[in-house]
Design a protein around this ligand. Structure first.
Ligand code: ATP
Ligand code: MG
Length: 335
C-alpha cells in the first residue's frame, strides 16, 4: 500500500480533500493517507504555517495531495504554496483544462494543457522597499529552469501525441528575462521536430484564448503568466471548481487543484469537488493506477453530463457531499 501525505488545507480544503478520499476508496485503490496540515489551520494548532511534521512527511513519502492553503495578502508572510513548490523543487505545474459536456460555456471544444514554471520568475520572493514610496520586486529567469519546463511541456506533447506547443511571453518589453525564457524554449523545441512550435505575447494570448481557444494545445509559460492564464482558461470551461493540477519535480510530486481556499463558500457544503477529484486522477496516473484514474474521470464526466447531482457553481443544486456520493456510486457500479 502506498503512503501519501494528505494536506487538508484551509477554507473549502477539508470538504474537497474528503471528497478525494471517498472517491479513491470507491475505486478500490488502497492508500495509506498520512494526514498532516499546513497553512492557517496548522498555524492555529501548532504555531507553524508549515509544521516540521509536514516537511518530514512529504520528504519521506515523495507524494502529497494538497488542499488549498490561504495566503494572507500584503503581510510579511511568503505564500505557503510557493514555499512548498520551491522547497521540493516541483518545477512543473501542469494544468489540463478541458471542456466538459453538461456545462454551458461559450465554447465546447477546449482542450489545453498549461505548463507553468513553478520555481522562479516574479515568484522568487525577492521584494523590498527601496525607499519610502518606492518598492521593487525582482524577476529571476534562469536557463536551467526555463529549459526544464520547456522539456516537460514537449515531453508531455510527444507522449500524448499533442500537435503544438505555444510559448507565452512578454519579451518585447522584458527583452532580457523573457528573452532568455524564449531562447531556452526555442532551443528545446528543436529537439521535437514533429511538434509545431509557436510564440505568442501574453496580452495577445489573453485575447486569442477568449476568441479562438480551439487553436491552442499545450502552453508553456513563466510563473506569473501561467498563474493568470490558468484562471482565464478555467473560466472558459466553467470555472475554478473544475480545473485540476499537479506540481511535478524529478522525485517529488504534489497534486492540487488550481483554485484557492474560497473562504466565502467554506464550510457550507457548496464547493465543487471536481477540481480536486481530477487532481487525484493525475496522482493515480502518476503512481501507476491508470485504470482507477480512468474510471474516476468517467464517473465525473457522467455526473456532470447528467446534471442531477452538480454543485451551484456549475448550475446545479447539489451539495459537495451529494455530488461526491453520486460520483462514488457510479464508480462502484463499474467496479
Ligand atoms: P485564495 O486566497 O485561497 O486563493 P480566493 O478567495 O481567491 O482564495 P479561490 O479559491 O481562488 O478563492 O476562488 C475564487 C472564486 O472561485 C471563489 O470565491 C469561488 O466563488 C470560486 N471557486 C473556487 N473554487 C471553487 C470550488 N471548488 N467550487 C466552487 N467554487 C469555487
Ligand atoms: Mg485565489
Amino acid at each position: 500500500m502506498k503512503t501519501i501525505t494528505l494536506i487538508p488545507g484551509d477554507g473549502i480544503g477539508v470538504e474537497v480533500t474528503t471528497a478525494v478520499q471517498r472517491v479513491i476508496e470507491a475505486a478500490n485503490v488502497a492508500i495509506d493517507w498520512e494526514v498532516v496540515n499546513g497553512g492557517e489551520t496548522a498555524y492555529l494548532e501548532t504555531g507553524q504555517y508549515i509544521p516540521d511534521e509536514l516537511i518530514d512527511s512529504i520528504s519521506k513519502n515523495k507524494i502529497a495531495f494538497k488542499g488549498p492553503i490561504t495566503t494572507p495578502i500584503g503581510t510579511g508572510f511568503k505564500s505557503i504554496n510557493v514555499t512548498l513548490r520551491q522547497k521540493y523543487n516541483t518545477y512543473a505545474n501542469v494544468r489540463p483544462v478541458k471542456s466538459m459536456s453538461g456545462i454551458k460555456t461559450p465554447f465546447d471544444n477546449i482542450d489545453l494543457v498549461i505548463f507553468r514554471e513553478n520555481t522562479e520568475g516574479l515568484y522568487c520572493g525577492i521584494e523590498h522597499l527601496v525607499t519610502e514610496g518606492v518598492a521593487e520586486a525582482i524577476k529571476v529567469i534562469t536557463e536551467k529552469a526555463s529549459k526544464r519546463i520547456g522539456k516537460s511541456a514537449f515531453e508531455y506533447a510527444r507522449k500524448h501525441k499533442r500537435k503544438k506547443v505555444t510559448a507565452v511571453h512578454k519579451a518585447n518589453i522584458m527583452k532580457i528575462s523573457d528573452g532568455l525564457f524564449l531562447d531556452c524554449i526555442r532551443s528545446v523545441a528543436k529537439e521535437y521536430p514533429e511538434i509545431e512550435y509557436e510564440e505568442v505575447i501574453v496580452d495577445n494570448m489573453c485575447m486569442q484564448l477568449v476568441m479562438y481557444p480551439e487553436r491552442y494545445d499545450v502552453l508553456v509559460l513563466p510563473n506569473l503568466y501561467g498563474d493568470i492564464i490558468s484562471d482565464l482558461a478555467a473560466g472558459l470551461v466553467g470555472g475554478l471548481g473544475l480545473v485540476p493540477g499537479a506540481n511535478i519535480g524529478d522525485d517529488i510530486a504534489i497534486f492540487e487543484a488550481v483554485h484557492g481556499s474560497a473562504p466565502l463558500i467554506a464550510g457550507k457544503n457548496m464547493a465543487n469537488p471536481t477540481a480536486c477529484i481530477l487532481s487525484a486522477t493525475m496522482m493515480l496516473d502518476y503512481i501507476g493506477e491508470e485504470s482507477a484514474a480512468k474510471r474516476i474521470r468517467q464517473a465525473v464526466e457522467f455526473v456532470i453530463k447528467e446534471g442531477r447531482y452538480t454543485t451551484s457553481d456549475i448550475g446545479g443544486t447539489a451539495t459537495t457531499k451529494d455530488m461526491t456520493e453520486a460520483i462514488c456510486q457510479y464508480i462502484k457500479s463499474k467496479n
